[in-house]
Design a protein around this ligand. Structure first.
Ligand code: FA5
Length: 335
């Protein structure tokens, strides 16, 4: 047994093989251990000699096992030391830099343009009350204009997700009153709508609000025309169409002329050649009053634009669903 075990041990060169060898020759079920187990059943006079012999074999195998194990460890160490050294001058793996989401980039661009015109950013909450989202904006319960905004309601009575950034107008007025105001309010809005290539259930809006003595409709037109030219280039035409919002009077919708050029040909986008970018108007006297201002002394203008649609126009994106789809093939195009 001893000869056989030692011969086998000589040829082993991995840790796993060594373990298997140990279990086979020195483990609880090995032949050697069986010899110890049956020692008590042997005739009394044979026991000391056989016991001694078995112990000798056990000690010899254990010593050989330890020596072989140490030899293997030394060999592994030698191999490691002889291997070529790590070249610390090799170029490292490139770190993939992140980039801003196209929606964030447009928001920042819009904020920067309005900042140049003297507007500061005012932030307002996403989870609103019915009172701020509708009633204080001159839209009482059961007013038919509520149909313009399909609303996400919550379990809490009167608590909703804002359908537009306009409730921020009331928050801003109440924060600034009686001082004049020139703010923009960027933020996410939520509508329970059919998702299509042009409409999402969540999208950004940038609200604008200016309140002061003698603010007029021409201030509104000048501000938005100037914005459009800074954002889309000096040749861009801006069109104001009469419209209706309960919180502005008069109300308008703002379009810019829209020409798409691809390859050799240019075409007007949509059929009319105009693309709507915002709703706007003069702040309704009731809304001014709800914000704390005396409508006989103060007037104001407000607008609400959709930066996703503006980004689509600027980068010729034909489907709004790309924005929140987290598809890197889309996102990586905006460097
Ligand atoms: C409003 O939400 C008014 N609060 C805007 C306003 C503010 C008018 C201040 C007067 C004074 P409207 O529902 O039209 O209006 O939305 C404004 C803009 O938000 C739209 O022009 C569009 O660009 C964007 N928008 C509206 N619905 C969606 C949608 N489902 N997906 C993406 N963008 C949208």
């Amino acid at each position: 047994l001893r000869e056989e075990a030692l011969r086998e041990l000589e040829g082993l060169d991995t840790e796993e093989a060594l373990q298997a060898w140990y279990a086979g020759y020195l483990g609880r079920r090995s032949r050697l251990m069986e010899a110890f187990a049956i020692l008590g059943t042997l005739p009394r006079e044979l026991r000391p000699a056989i016991g001694r012999k078995a112990n000798e074999v056990k000690e010899a195998l254990e010593a050989a096992y330890a020596a072989r194990r140490e030899a293997l460890r030394q060999a592994a160490l030698r191999r490691e030391l002889e291997a070529p050294p790590l070249d610390v001058t090799l170029p490292g793996r490139p770190v993939r830099a992140g980039r801003l989401h196209p929606a964030t980039r447009t928001l920042r661009e819009i904020v920067a343009i309005f900042a140049e015109m003297g507007f500061q950013v005012f932030t307002s909450r996403d989870v609103e009350t019915d009172e701020y989202n509708f009633q204080l904006l001159n839209i009482p319960p059961h007013h038919p204009a509520r149909d313009m905004w399909s609303t996400f309601y919550t379990d809490r009575e009167g608590v909703i997700l804002r359908t537009h950034t306009s409730p921020g107008q009331i928050h801003a007025m109440r924060a600034f009153c009686p001082e004049p105001i020139r703010v923009i309010l960027p933020g996410m809005c939520y509508r329970y709508e059919q998702i299509t290539a042009r409409s999402e259930i969540m999208f950004h809006q940038v609200e604008g609000l200016a309140v002061g003595p003698g603010v007029t409709m021409s201030d509104l037109k000048g501000t938005l025309a100037d914005f459009a030219r800074r954002m889309f280039g000096p040749e861009r035409k801006v069109r104001f169409r009469a419209s209706y919002f309960p919180f502005t009077e008069p109300s308008v919708e703002v379009d810019i002329d829209c020409i798409l050029c691809e390859g050799r040909g240019c075409r007007v986008c949509k059929h009319t050649g105009w693309l709507e970018i915002a709703g706007a108007g003069m702040v309704h006297p009731v809304v001014l009053q709800n914000g704390g201002y005396d409508p006989r002394r103060f007037t104001g203008f407000a607008f609400g634009m959709g930066p996703q649609r503006i980004t689509m126009l600027k980068h010729r994106i034909d489907d709004i669903r790309y924005f929140w789809a987290n598809d890197l093939r889309f996102l990586e195009q905006f460097d």
